[in-house]
Design a protein around this ligand. Structure first.
Ligand SMILES: [Zn+2]
Length: 267
């Protein structure tokens, strides 16, 4: 996500939106299609940033186009005469090029906001790399009987950790994804607090997530696979102790862990 946003920032910021084509009128959730187009055409993009899993395009007049890509959404920068297969909205720029939201399964969302104090951004949880990421607040999130993995995925508690990162973070912190916050020690929570930004920084360095339909803004794959130690490695030996890595399901999503290093009894 951070990779996508950095790529977009350098390619899109300071350009002026010449034309907005809404290929999918059902895309905007909180604004009429005509109003969306009218609000954005002729406006300069002043910033591109991230809040949790949302990409924010700020345009002159402090309007925020807030996009969530979900499963198959992509934001692609291409030349003006290029079309992509599953376009939902296109922002063509006066200077050159255009920004396309392409989305095979059409699960991505778009909202037009006046500020970050509005939904869906206002209810987002604490966020690594910002002032909101603070130990006292963090530990309170884990005063719960909810399994650790699910707390990590809850965007109202901590933003920016997807399914892949949650498994990797717990492996590096040597905590069982099945243990609840209440079952882990203070030092375990502290390890988790420290490991999260480390894992995210490493992931950014490795250029984001490369899984089949998740690309950076130029459509390039990164080398993120090298970074994964546990995710989708079931049956393979744990890189730390050699025990066979196990896969289980939590809320319908795959969790990968080493039953020895991440033994619930050792938390
Ligand atoms: Zn192990």
């Amino acid at each position: 996500m951070e990779t996508i946003v950095r790529g977009l920032y350098s390619r899109v910021t300071r350009k002026t939106v010449d034309e907005v084509e809404l290929h999918d009128p059902d895309l905007p959730r909180n604004v009429q299609p005509e109003k969306l187009v009218k609000e954005l055409e002729g406006k300069r993009v002043t910033d591109v940033r991230r809040r949790g899993k949302y990409v924010l395009l700020e345009v002159a007049g402090n309007k925020l186009v807030t996009i969530h890509l979900r499963m198959t959404g992509k934001l692609l920068v291409c030349s003006r005469d290029e079309d992509t297969d599953y376009q939902r909205i296109t922002f063509s720029f006066k200077e050159d090029g255009k920004l396309v939201m392409d989305d095979l399964r059409r699960l991505g969302t778009l909202d037009l906001l006046e500020s970050e104090d509005e939904e869906p951004l206002s209810s987002l949880g604490i966020e690594p790399f910002t002032d909101s990421y603070e130990w006292e607040e963090f530990r309170e999130l884990f005063e719960t009987t909810q399994p650790l993995k699910l707390t990590l995925l809850d965007q109202n508690k901590i933003t920016g950790l997807g399914n892949i990162y949650a498994s990797e973070v717990l492996f590096r912190a040597k905590l069982s994804p099945l243990a609840s916050g209440n079952e882990i020690s203070e030092t375990g929570k502290k390890r988790l607090f420290e490991v999260i930004p480390e894992v995210l920084s490493e992931a950014i360095e490795k250029n984001g997530t490369t899984f089949s339909n998740f690309r950076d803004s130029s459509g390039e794959s990164g080398n993120f696979q090298d970074f994964l130690r546990i995710y989708q490695k079931e049956g393979k030996p744990c890189p730390d102790c050699g025990t066979e890595i196990v896969r289980t399901d939590q809320s319908g999503r795959g969790t990968y862990y080493c039953p020895s290093c991440q033994d619930k009894g050792k938390n």
